[in-house]
Design a protein around this ligand. Structure first.
Ligand SMILES: [Zn+2]
Length: 182
């Protein structure tokens, strides 16, 4: 029972064949056409200048448009270095890395920015993979903070997140300057 005075969120019933297209940790539904959902997630990364990635896309495609609901947002906003800013399904750089590990860019992704993982130093890269490889991506579950249970201290996870976030942000700005001088 809802307590008196409590706030509630209500949305319209999403009618039609409900499909989980992507989860929040790299899963891409192999039985569905995911061209648009994948490109949309990629677009959110590009358009936010690498600060967020909207994923965990699920809902209904009715032949003319998609209706998505209950997404997850991975945030790597600088300089807050947030991890979990958008709730327990916000996996920060780990969610973003996992998306790009499994996403194959399609024709709709043309010109969209991708994270420059090669800029991350080897010192951090090993632990980064330890986190992103910690869960089998074939599952369509939605993952939460349990990612932190990968055998690394919470402080190390946070340091790792912040360092990778900073590296990606710096390489992004650097890339823009280079483009501007051409
Ligand atoms: Zn793409």
């Amino acid at each position: 029972m809802t307590p008196e005075g409590a706030s509630v969120t209500i949305e319209s019933l999403v009618q039609g064949r409900y499909v989980k297209f992507l989860n929040n940790f790299g899963y891409v539904n192999p039985s569905e056409d995911t061209l648009v959902p994948e490109a949309f997630s990629h677009f959110t990364y590009h358009e936010s200048n690498g600060e967020i990635l909207v994923t965990d896309l699920q809902g209904v495609y009715n032949q003319t448009r998609y209706v998505f609901t209950d997404p997850a947002i991975h945030s790597i906003e600088i300089p807050r270095y947030t991890f979990g800013h958008y709730g327990p399904t916000d996996l920060g750089v780990f969610g973003v890395m996992k998306f790009f590990q499994n996403h194959k860019c399609n024709l709709l992704c043309d010109g969209l920015r991708i994270p420059e993982v090669s800029k991350v130093s080897d010192y951090w890269k090993e632990d980064l993979h330890r986190v992103t490889d910690s869960v089998e991506f074939k599952s369509d579950s939605t993952y939460t903070y349990e990612l932190q249970n990968v055998g690394l201290p919470a402080q190390r996870i946070q340091e790792l997140h912040n360092n990778v976030a900073e590296t990606l942000a710096l390489s992004g700005r650097h890339g823009k300057q280079l483009n501007g001088t051409r």
